[in-house]
Design a protein around this ligand. Structure first.
Ligand SMILES: Cc1cc2nc3c(=O)[nH]c(=O)nc-3n(C[C@H](O)[C@H](O)[C@H](O)COP(=O)(O)OP(=O)(O)OC[C@H]3O[C@@H](n4cnc5c(N)ncnc54)[C@H](O)[C@@H]3O)c2cc1C
Length: 266
């Protein structure tokens, strides 16, 4: 490590560089690959975002829709699908929050979620995701997982009508494989009711359906016509690992300290 070049112009000399560009810095991963830095594919998870009335989640968890002494209820759910062998889990649960647009590229659609400090919005949301690994994105390039993300983000954009409105489906409809009941989502700029199976790999759809039924057994009332799914959720953690040694430096460039790919190196 000798120099960092900023914006193709300014050069800064350095012996050590901590690279913390976030798990979706695709341009940086592509640059590192071009420069011969050793990268490898890593598992992550993809799926959808579910939104329930917060009062319904409170009722399931507390037995009452609201109480001044109780915070907005949360949940954390896991399910192991025997058919596909995949793990299905809730992730980034946001009580009293909103579903966020989180795409970083033109023509792609990505969901995420957040709660404001008071957590007092009327809906609770959470990602419902399924593990994916190298067998879902075969190929020699370590960036195959990025291409996999892009493929399904573009598909979601297209299925949503190519206007940055997100594809969405009633939760019960999704599990029953139909589109009939109507949707309600906090996602901005809006949603298009459609079959989300068109925006997800078949095995992920199957695992999600099994997982949602499993979640309903743990949290009775979770599977309801009052909930909406919005997709797609692809940025759970990085699809790429910048391989480093025990000293935390890149195995192919001394002085480079990569960090922040998320689960898998967390
Ligand atoms: C809507 C939303 C809600 C979230 N809510 C929560 C939450 O409630 N709790 C929680 O724990 N996590 C939450 N997260 C996840 C959390 O934001 C991330 O895990 C965290 O920000 C990761 O930190 P980081 O420093 O690794 O990367 P980042 O926060 O992504 O920071 C990377 C930085 O590097 C910069 N960068 C990238 N490339 C370059 C470059 N080439 N040159 C210069 N700068 C560059 C980026 O602009 C960015 O500022 C949320 C994420 C989103 C999108």
């Amino acid at each position: 490590m000798k120099t960092v070049v900023i914006n193709d112009s300014e050069e800064i000399s350095c012996d050590f560089l901590v690279l913390a560009t976030g798990h979706s810095a695709r341009d940086t991963y592509e640059m590192l690959e071009r420069r011969g830095i050793y990268l490898e594919k890593k598992p992550f998870a993809v799926g959808v975002r579910v939104e329930h009335p917060q009062k319904l989640i409170n009722s399931i968890q507390y037995g009452i829709p609201a109480h001044p002494c109780l915070p907005q209820a949360e949940y954390s759910l896991t399910f192991s699908d025997p058919q596909t062998g995949r793990s299905v889990y809730s992730f980034c649960m946001c009580p009293g929050g909103v579903v966020m647009a989180a795409a970083s590229e033109t023509g792609c659609l990505v969901t995420n979620g957040m709660s404001a400090y008071q957590r007092n919005a009327p809906y609770a949301n959470s990602a419902l995701v399924v593990t994916v690994d190298g067998s879902d994105f075969p190929g020699n390039t370590p960036l195959a997982g990025v291409e996999f993300q892009r493929k399904w983000e573009r598909k979601a954009f297209a299925v949503g009508g190519s206007t940055y409105r997100a594809p969405a489906q009633n939760l019960l409809d999704f599990v029953e494989g139909k589109v009939s009941r109507g949707v309600r989502s906090s996602y901005r700029p809006g949603v298009v009711e459609t079959d989300l199976a068109g925006a997800l790999p078949l095995e992920i759809t199957q695992a999600l359906k099994a997982g949602i039924k499993g979640f309903d057994r743990k949290m009775h009332g979770f599977l309801t016509h009052e909930a909406t799914l919005t997709g797609v959720e692809t940025r759970t953690s990085s699809p790429v690992r910048i391989v480093r040694g025990d000293d935390l430096q890149s195995v192919s460039l001394r002085g480079l300290f990569p960090t922040g790919e998320g689960a898998g190196y967390a």
